[in-house]
Write a protein that binds this ligand. Structure first.
Ligand code: C6P
Length: 409
């Protein structure tokens, strides 16, 4: 373990929400896997767009509309560079990860997969990357199978390989597990799936803000993420998909903005990606997403990874020393997410008592009930870190947990 870069303590100052007190204590925000806080730069970009540039995109013949359209279209290029897509046409704006996955489940799996075809997902997926596949399988006579994980939360690659066959048509896997923090070996998962002709969707909700993602290097077919977990606003997310797939897939939602011509009996659709973007888009949120990506790139994902790796190491070491505390999910390759249980104390009680100390963590099943079933716990307490957290936040968490234990002793 090396010490944290000095400037990491400075970064918190960029986030107005983090400057307040909660229950009379400085707010210690450790629920970053649920959603991240917003730097002033994102708030300012959206406010200034509302104040100075607000007009709908792709419709107005007037100057304000042209200008907002130009900014909106430029962001698609920025997003495509951010994840190294081959073209901005491969970037579809959606509401978030959930919508992105539902789009693929309905438009790709719902349309192209035949009865008997198999979909594989890991047994610890978030419900957003579990239920859409389970349900499309039920509807269309597909076979929905779960890839096991071992006791520390790592994907069982031997089992995975043995499950792959020409019947496998789609593998859906989280890049990082929100419940345990495991970083899955997604590049290898993709390679093995492709060897039997299956497509792969990666749920990137927990990764894009924490590590460099290169969709061409991963060679994944689909990659989904949410703006609000990436310092950006709610209501905006991205589905990346390979161009040839988007071109072949039918639209998921129908309406304005996604058509080319509409007649009384026939409609032709706009080219990709607009074919998948029916209705007035969340263009102010797109501006916010752009500011968030610029902010992240200013710090640099390598620096972010280093800061968060340190936070994880420090927090794991300190939490492990607490009597009766058990970390659920101790994979070798982990992101800065720590799920834990305390002997005889319900996670909701842990969360509620920590809140009295100004510490915000999440307690529950984390929308990953199959993962809870796998580890035989009804729920966990979860502390999830961002680069703006500090070692002092960890110390306060540790003292807070000691207070919880004493209260129940
Ligand atoms: N996880 C958490 O506290 P949306 O809601 O569409 O932005 O993201 C859904 C989602 C999909 N996949 C993973 C791996 C996720 O972690 C999430 C959201 C939050 O862990 C809320 S349950």
């Amino acid at each position: 373990m090396t010490s944290l870069p000095l400037y990491s303590t400075e970064l918190k100052k960029d986030f107005p929400v983090l400057q307040q007190t909660m229950n009379g204590k400085p707010l210690i925000y450790l629920d970053n896997a649920a959603t991240t806080q917003k730097p002033q730069a994102v708030i300012d970009a959206m406010t200034s767009f509302y104040q100075d540039s607000y007009a709908t995109v792709h419709r107005g013949v007037y100057r304000l509309g042209h200008e907002s359209t130009a900014i909106y279209d430029a962001v698609r290029k920025q997003v495509s560079r951010f994840i190294n897509a081959d073209s901005e046409k491969e970037i579809v704006y959606v509401k978030g990860t959930t919508e992105a996955i539902n789009l693929v489940a309905n438009s790709f799996a719902g349309e192209f997969l035949q009865a008997g075809d198999e979909i594989l997902v890991s047994e610890i997926e978030h419900h957003a990357n579990f239920v859409p596949w389970q349900q499309v399988a039920k509807r269309n006579g597909l076979v929905f199978r779960t890839i096991p994980v071992n006791d520390v939360g790592e994907l069982d690659m031997t089992a995975y390989e043995s499950m792959l066959s020409p019947k496998t048509k789609l593998v859906a896997i989280g890049h990082v597990s929100n419940a345990l923090g495991t970083i899955h070996p997604v590049k290898e998962v993709v390679k093995k799936a492709h060897s039997v002709g299956a497509k792969v969707l990666i749920d990137g909700a927990q990764s894009v803000a924490h590590m460099k993602v290169d969709v061409q290097d991963l060679d994944c077919d689909f990659y989904a993420f949410s703006g609000h977990k990436l310092l950006g606003p709610t209501g905006i997310g991205v589905l990346y998909a390979k161009k040839e797939l988007l071109e072949a897939m039918p639209p998921y939602m129908l309406g304005g903005d996604m058509i080319e011509t509409v007649g009384l009996t026939e409609t032709t659709f706009a080219p990709i990606p607009e074919k998948f973007e029916a209705g007035t888009p969340a263009f102010v949120e797109v501006i916010g997403l752009s500011a968030a990506i610029s902010y992240i790139e200013k710090i640099g994902l390598e620096a972010i990874e280093a800061i968060e790796a340190n936070l994880l190491a420090i927090a794991t070491e300190k939490l492990s020393k607490i009597d009766g505390l058990k970390i659920i999910g101790t994979a070798k390759n982990k992101a800065a997410v720590i799920s834990f249980v305390l002997d005889n104390i319900h996670p909701h009680d842990i969360g509620t008592i920590l809140d009295e100390y100004g510490i915000a963590i999440r307690a529950g099943h984390h929308c990953a009930q199959p993962a809870m079933t796998r580890y035989c716990v009804p729920a966990t307490a979860r502390a999830s870190f961002s680069f703006y957290n500090t070692e002092s936040d960890i110390d306060k968490l540790v003292s807070g947990i000691h207070a919880v234990v004493e209260m129940f002793a």
